[in-house]
Design a protein around this ligand. Structure first.
Ligand code: PLP
Length: 467
């Protein structure tokens, strides 16, 4: 552990800082790991020890650390004008330029942009926009939200309610609870844990049939939108059966339900495309929600990119609506937008999307080699977004007892070897910066191999696994 117990900021952190997703009491007992500096795909602790950042900060540092031109773009804008609002008829050049750029990158008629400062606020914005759109059409009953179990969409009240990860729900209230909830969760598409004996096509049919029957039950006239990640990220890098998104979009279109694609993780190159909806899943949703890679985490920024069709509807004079009274102080923040513009310039200039497409097979293959290990049940993902799921029994896909904390053990063992991998339940997740080299990919896989072998030995010694 890199912090110095009993010293300054280590104790300040323990005594004063409530961390997102803090695990009590463990977080308090152990204290935090501190990091102080980054360069390329490396991150350094305050003592100068370096780690390969296998998680890109938190699926976000797509262009890597230490980009001086990002620092300059941010400093130049802060110096010229650190802030001005974009409410009503105010604007700034960075906000306008980035909106136009996003409109040019998004598929179909997704040309209109609303800025926020993160993913959760973008999800909230998309849903409020959907409600406003149907209100403008004189269809105020269209309010309900369809989402999927095990999805993650954020931590505001609304985004957390749309998210479907069961353990995250304990202790909080959600708009998916109670007798007439706003949010309705559908089965989570997860090829690895699809019902036994069902083909991929059969699995797809069953998921789509569930979507149709839920719409029939709730009434399409009451449903505003369907919210989905192309690949469920924090829920475990869960892959849907082939054709799922296309089929779900078609059902949504038949029932006039808006399809909101949450590309907070998958956007800006992680899967090899600026937005993966169209090139990988053959869909042009009604809205794309993005954040993270839009600024590579150098500064908070998020956006909703939505269709001209929606804009035309909401922008006409209409007695049913009034001002579009939704917005944040930091919507279109000029410094954040300047960072977004520079970030996209770097992604394009260095063709980082093309680089991910080229290196993805090597990444996949290097990780796939881990399946020879006795506790690796599944290795899955696309592009630079993968997960490794650990199981006690490979054939039966039986999970370890949660007390074993298998994912945590592997993440710790990787950390001890200089690799940061993210533990979520029985998985570790990998979402490295998009600049990772072929050699770094091989190193990452070898480090994981050694880490998992050590964990297997520990489990045997502790009589927790006998495979
Ligand atoms: N949507 C997805 C798919 C995410 O993975 C996340 C965060 O990880 C969010 C939304 C929420 O984004 P933020 O944490 O920036 O609010």
């Amino acid at each position: 552990m890199s912090g110095q117990k009993g010293t300054g900021y280590f104790e300040d952190d323990r005594r004063h800082l409530l961390h997102p997703f803090a695990e009590f009491p463990g977080s308090l007992e152990d204290g935090s790991r501190f990091f102080a500096r980054g360069e390329g795909a490396w991150i350094y602790d305050p003592g100068g020890q370096r780690f390969l950042d296998g998680i890109g900060g938190l699926w976000c540092v797509n262009i890597g650390y230490g980009r001086e031109e990002m620092v300059r773009a941010i400093a130049d804008q802060a110096s010229a004008m650190p802030y001005y609002n974009t409410f009503t008829d105010m604007s700034s050049e960075p906000a306008a330029t980035l909106a136009a750029k996003l409109g040019s990158l998004a598929p179909g008629d997704l040309k209109r942009v609303f800025f926020t400062s993160g993913g959760s606020l973008s999800v909230d914005t998309a849903v409020r926009l959907a409600h406003y759109y149907y209100q403008a059409q004189g269809r105020p009953s269209k309010k309900l939200i369809l989402a999927r179990r095990d999805s993650y969409h954020g931590s505001t009240y609304l985004a957390a309610s749309i998210s479907g990860i069961a353990p995250n729900r304990a202790g909080f209230h959600h708009l998916a609870d109670g007798e007439s909830p706003l949010v309705h969760h559908l089965e989570c598409p997860n090829l690895y844990r699809a019902p036994a004996g069902l083909s991929e096509a059969g699995y797809l049919d069953s998921l789509i049939a569930e979507l149709e029957s839920r719409i029939a039950e709730l009434g399409a006239e009451n449903i505003a939108c369907f919210v989905a990640e192309p690949i469920i990220g924090a829920g475990g890098v869960l892959i849907a059966p082939r054709g799922y998104h296309r089929a779900a979009l078609e059902v949504c279109r038949q029932h006039d339900i808006l399809y909101i694609c949450d590309e907070v993780v998958t956007g800006f190159g992680r899967l090899g495309w600026m937005f993966c909806s169209e090139p990988l899943y053959d869909i042009c949703p009604d809205m794309i929600v993005c954040a993270k890679g839009i600024s590579s985490g150098y500064i908070p920024l998020g956006a909703v990119i939505f269709s001209e069709r929606i804009f035309e509807c909401i922008s006409k004079p209409n007695p049913r609506t009034s001002v579009f009274s939704h917005g944040f102080t930091y919507s279109g923040h000029p410094v954040a937008c300047a960072a977004g513009i520079k970030n996209i310039e770097i992604l394009e200039r260095e063709d980082l999307c093309g680089r991910v497409r080229t290196l993805a097979p090597r990444f996949k293959q290097a990780l796939a080699s881990l399946t020879s290990l006795g506790i690796v049940g599944d290795v899955r993902g696309e592009g630079f977004m993968h997960a490794i799921e650990f199981v006690a029994d490979k054939r039966g896909k039986q999970s370890f007892d949660s007390a074993v904390a298998i994912g945590k053990r592997v993440a710790e063992a990787a950390y001890d070897r200089g690799l940061i991998a993210r533990n979520v339940g029985d998985l570790i997740i990998l979402s490295p910066p998009l600049i990772l080299t072929g050699e770094q990919i091989d190193d990452l896989a070898q480090t994981l191999h050694a880490a998992i072998r050590t964990v297997m030995e520990d489990l045997r010694r502790e009589s927790l696994w006998s495979g």
